[in-house]
Design a protein around this ligand. Structure first.
Ligand SMILES: [Zn+2]
Length: 388
């Protein structure tokens, strides 16, 4: 469907293809609450960028979600853990990001950092522990976490409402899982340029939606980034990419950028003609995951879902009557309850149970191999079909 009043978030072309069947998919919010079906998903025919369209319905839904937002409610406000790729040990995501960032970006011993979309301060806290001589600032849509932020060492001020409210210049701008929420990321990043000192860095962490297909179901994510589209957005906004990695946190893109010189060339168009059919197959696959889980649950054995985040919540909301327990390796999640059900550590799962891995196959299989618990049937979603 083509509608000239809507432009691609990434390249500003007006020819967007709508993905069929997406509106029938149940969704989930970025703070892991089930959310009704009825969204729309588009792929730009010019650049292949995957995106929502910020029409009146999308805006109203986003406001509804933000009014009820509860960050990391599964673990009492503690952010999720990521599993260290070597040891499998749980580490806080912000700590992993801050350590990589300090190693990768050539940051001065002293400086000013503002975290855009700072939530309850996980990134500011993690960065401040590594760089004790930096002053910390935050931006959020509201004041919900003002007191908690004020308790962080060297925290200066929380700016709220509009990004224009920010009146300080910084050496480092961070956007941890916030860029994908903005209805116009290019304009937003252009606006932030004037706050970045010469030689300063921008760091953005976003879901890699080309790998983590469940990201498409997140109702308040407007941009569903790939390496190509996040690069395009930053370059169009006048930044150069210093480093882009998929290795810092699995299923996520970590991007370090700097202000581009004045003679910076805008990115050339690079069409991705296969993308519409790839995303169509991904949306069909999501429907198939629910069907597969329903079939597994028919065995009448104890049935659990592995995970307590986006994909697990999304799946649970559609088969909740079949689910007896959740499974999670993150110690801030296991031992408690989620949606009224116990969250078990993997080795606590009763023998003979069925556990459905709420992950894409490439993530699920290594977890099952690493756990090596043969007394439980671990079910991995089917592979995504390639084009014939
Ligand atoms: Zn585009």
């Amino acid at each position: 469907m083509s509608d000239a009043s809507y432009k691609c978030l990434y390249c500003a072309a007006t020819d967007l293809a709508e993905i069929e069947g997406f509106s029938r998919l149940v969704r989930v919010t970025s703070d892991c609450q089930p959310f009704r079906a009825g969204g729309r998903l588009f792929v730009c025919k010019a650049c292949g960028g995957v995106q929502k369209r910020c029409d009146a319905s999308q805006q109203a839904e986003t406001q509804e979600i933000y009014r009820n937002y509860k960050i990391y409610h599964q673990s009492g406000g503690v952010e999720q853990a990521v599993m260290d790729s070597a040891s499998g040990a749980p580490l806080r995501r912000s700590q992993v990001l801050a350590e990589h960032l300090v190693r990768q970006a050539d940051l001065p011993a002293q400086g000013h950092l503002i975290d855009i979309g700072c939530g309850n301060g996980a990134m500011l806290d993690a960065f401040g522990r590594i760089r004790a001589d930096w002053r910390l600032w935050g931006f959020e849509i509201d004041q919900t976490h003002k007191d908690r932020l004020a308790g962080l060492p060297r925290f200066q001020k929380l700016f709220t409402g509009n990004l224009d409210a920010i009146d300080i210049d910084v050496d480092l701008l961070t956007l941890i899982h916030s860029l994908e929420h903005f209805p116009d990321p290019v304009s937003m990043l252009i606006g932030l340029r004037r706050r970045l000192r010469q030689g300063g860095r921008l760091f953005a962490e976003v879901p890699d939606a080309s790998l983590n297909i469940f990201d498409l179901c997140v109702a308040d994510h407007v941009a569903h980034f790939s390496q190509a589209s996040v690069t395009r957005v930053l370059r169009r906004a006048g930044y150069v990419i210093d480093d882009i990695s998929t290795q810092w946190v699995s299923k996520e893109l970590s991007v370090v950028a700097s202000l581009a010189p004045a003679d910076h060339a805008l990115p050339e168009p690079s069409p991705d003609p296969e993308r519409v059919s790839i995303v169509q197959r991904q949306v069909d696959w999501l429907g198939g995951v629910v069907e597969l889980a329903r079939n597994v649950a028919k065995s009448q054995k104890p049935f659990g879902i592995f995970g307590t985040s986006i994909a697990a919540t999304w799946l649970f909301s559609q088969i909740r009557e079949s689910v007896s327990f959740f499974v999670d390796e993150d110690p801030s999640r296991s031992g408690g309850t989620y949606h009224g059900l116990a969250v078990l550590r993997p080795f606590e799962v009763p023998s003979g149970s069925d556990v459905f891995m709420a992950f894409v196959p490439a993530i699920a299989r290594p977890i099952v191999s690493r756990l090596g618990l043969a007394s439980v049937s671990w079910h991995v979603p089917a592979k995504i079909e390639k084009a014939s």
